[in-house]
Design a protein around this ligand. Structure first.
Ligand SMILES: Cc1cc2nc3c(=O)[nH]c(=O)nc-3n(C[C@H](O)[C@H](O)[C@H](O)COP(=O)(O)OP(=O)(O)OC[C@H]3O[C@@H](n4cnc5c(N)ncnc54)[C@H](O)[C@@H]3O)c2cc1C
Length: 446
C-alpha cells in the first residue's frame, strides 16, 4: 500500500487552503504525496445555507491565500480576474461578497486539486500502525457512498472536518422528523414543504436571523416565531479594535496566556462571533415586525427569554412546550404550548468529531493538546504528525473556526511539516512553542 506523506480529512476551506500552501511553499521543490478525503460527492461549502441575499461576514481579503501570500494565484482577486468580473466587483464597492460568489470562489480554488482529493469518502477511523514498539504510521479508514471500506497509510494527518450540527437535547427524540431540521439541512429540507402555516425558528444568531428572513420572503402568509433565551437579538461587534481578535498575530497572544486569562478573554469576546447577527439583518427583522404592526397583521413574533422545555411530534405538527423565563413560576402565562408545522434549529455547531476519529490513538495522545502550530502533542515513540484545523478555539482563540486565520494557519502547518516530515517525523516540539503543562490541562476541551 502506498504511504502518503500527508492525509487530510475533509476538503472544506481549511484543507483547500492547506493544499494551496503546500503547493506554494512546496518544501524546496520536494512534492509531498498528499490525499484529502472528503465525504461530500463534490466540493461544497455550507450549501444548504446558500440563501439569496446572504453575504460574507468577513472581508474577501481574508480568502484562502492573501494574508499568507498576497501574490498567490489563489486569491479572491485573481479568481475575479480569471472570471472576468474584477472591475464589476470593484464597482460593487464592498468587502463582503455574496455567499454564492464566495462559494464559487472556494469551489474554483478546490477544482485545482481534484487530482489529490477523493470525494465521496467519509473517514470513520484513524488507527495506529505499530512497528517495533513505535507508532510509525497512521491507517486512515474511510467509507465510500456504496458502503465500501478503504484504507490508506499516512505519515502525517491534518484533520479539518469543521463542525457537527448542535441539536439541543430537547429535540433529540425528533431526529429524523421531516418537520424538525437544523440550519445545516435548511434548503434541502424546506423545499419539501409547500405552504406551512406556522414555523418556529430556534436561536438568535446569524443563521437564525437569516432563516427568519428567508422564511418570511418564501411564505407570504406563514406565521413565524423566533424563539430565543436572550433578552434581545444583539448585533455582532465588528468595530476595528474588537476585530483585532481575529488578526493572525492575536493567535500568539491568546495561545501564550495562562489558562484563566485565556478563558476570560474567550468569554469576553464570545459575542464577537456567536449569537450575534449583523446589525443590518437585525434592523431588517425589526422593520418587518414594525410594518406588520402598522398594518395590524402581526404574523411574526420574537419570543425573547423563552426556553423550549419539551418537543413532541403529533404526526401532523410539532408541539413545543415553552417557558417564559421572565415570568415568575406562579404567573399564568409562564408556560405555553404552541403547535408548529415546522421547527428550524439555528442552534449552531459543536466541534468534537476529531476526538471521535482519533479515539483509537488515546493510549498515545491522551487528552488532546496542540502546540502553537496546531500539532497534537504525542510522545517520542509516536512518529506521525497530527494537525488540527478549526478545532483549537479553546487554545488559539475565536478566529480558529472562521476563515480569518485560515491562510496564515495553513502556512504555519506547512512550515511545521518541514524540514523532515517525510518518513522521519520528530516528536511534537516541546520547546518555546510546545504544549506546556498548562496547555495539556487546558486542552481537555479541544
Ligand atoms: C452558514 C455559514 C456561514 C458562514 N459564514 C462565514 C463567514 O462569512 N466568514 C467566516 O469566517 N466564517 C464563516 N462560517 C464559519 C465556517 O466554519 C468557515 O467559513 C469554514 O467553513 C471553515 O472551514 P473548514 O474547512 O474548517 O470547515 P468546513 O467548511 O465545515 O469543512 C469541513 C469539511 O470536512 C468534511 N468532513 C467532515 N467530516 C468528515 C469525515 N469524517 N470524512 C471526510 N470528510 C469530512 C465536510 O463535508 C466538509 O466539507 C460560516 C459557517 C456557516 C455554517
Amino acid at each position: 500500500m502506498q504511504v502518503h506523506d500527508l492525509i487530510g480529512i475533509g476538503f472544506g476551506p481549511s484543507n483547500v487552503a492547506l493544499a494551496i500552501a503546500l503547493e506554494e511553499q512546496n518544501h524546496g521543490g520536494q512534492a509531498l504525496s498528499t490525499v484529502f478525503l472528503e465525504k461530500q460527492p463534490a466540493f461544497s461549502w455550507h450549501q444548504d445555507m446558500l440563501l439569496d441575499n446572504a453575504h460574507m461576514q468577513i472581508s474577501f481579503l481574508k480568502d484562502l491565500a492573501t494574508l499568507r501570500n498576497p501574490s498567490s494565484r489563489f486569491t479572491f482577486i485573481n479568481y475575479l480576474h480569471e472570471k472576468g468580473r474584477l472591475q464589476d466587483f470593484i464597482n460593487l464597492k464592498t468587502f463582503f461578497p455574496s455567499r454564492h460568489e464566495f462559494h464559487d470562489y472556494l469551489a474554483w480554488a478546490a477544482s485545482h486539486f481534484e487530482d489529490r482529493c477523493a470525494y465521496g469518502e467519509e473517514v470513520v477511523e484513524v488507527v495506529p500502525e505499530v512497528q517495533n514498539g513505535q507508532v510509525a504510521l497512521l491507517r486512515v479508514r474511510s467509507r465510500t457512498r456504496d458502503g465500501e471500506l478503504r484504507e490508506r497509510l499516512g505519515r502525517n494527518l491534518v484533520v479539518g472536518v469543521g463542525g457537527t450540527p448542535n441539536i439541543p437535547e430537547v429535540f433529540a427524540p425528533l431526529r429524523g422528523s421531516p418537520r424538525v431540521f437544523h440550519s445545516s439541512r435548511y434548503l434541502r429540507s424546506i423545499s419539501e414543504h409547500a405552504q406551512p402555516r406556522r414555523i418556529a425558528v430556534i436561536g438568535a444568531g446569524q443563521s437564525s436571523a437569516e432563516l427568519f428572513m428567508d422564511l418570511h420572503g418564501r411564505y407570504p402568509s406563514t406565521r413565524i416565531d423566533l424563539i430565543m433565551r436572550g433578552h434581545a437579538i444583539r448585533p455582532s461587534d465588528n468595530s476595528p479594535f474588537v476585530n483585532e481578535v481575529f488578526n493572525a498575530e492575536f493567535v500568539d497572544h491568546v495561545y501564550h496566556r495562562p489558562d484563566h486569562e485565556r478563558d476570560a478573554m474567550l468569554r469576553s469576546y464570545w459575542h464577537a462571533n456567536y449569537s450575534a447577527p449583523d446589525l443590518a439583518i437585525i434592523e431588517t427583522i425589526f422593520n418587518v415586525c414594525y410594518e406588520q404592526r402598522v398594518r395590524g397583521e402581526e404574523r411574526h413574533r420574537i419570543l425573547r427569554r423563552h426556553e423550549v422545555l419539551g418537543a413532541r411530534d403529533l404526526g401532523g405538527s410539532i408541539r413545543l412546550e415553552l417557558q417564559d423565563l421572565d415570568a415568575g413560576p406562579e404567573a399564568s402565562h409562564a408556560n405555553q404550548s404552541n403547535e408548529y408545522d415546522l421547527v428550524v434549529l439555528g442552534t449552531g455547531y459543536e466541534r468534537r468529531q476529531h476526538r471521535d476519529l482519533l479515539a483509537s490513538l488515546a493510549p498515545w495522545v491522551g487528552e488532546i493538546a496542540v502546540d502553537r502550530n496546531y500539532r497534537v502533542s504525542t510522545p517520542a515513540e509516536f512518529r506521525p504528525g497530527i494537525f488540527l484545523q478549526g478545532a483549537c478555539e479553546s487554545s488559539h482563540g475565536l478566529s480558529d473556526t472562521l476563515l480569518s486565520v485560515t491562510a496564515v494557519r495553513t502556512g504555519e502547518i506547512t512550515a511545521a511539516l518541514s524540514p523532515a516530515p517525510l518518513g522521519n517525523v520528530p516528536p511534537a516540539p516541546l520547546g518555546n512553542h510546545g504544549p506546556s503543562r498548562r496547555n495539556v490541562a487546558y486542552a481537555a476541551r479541544i
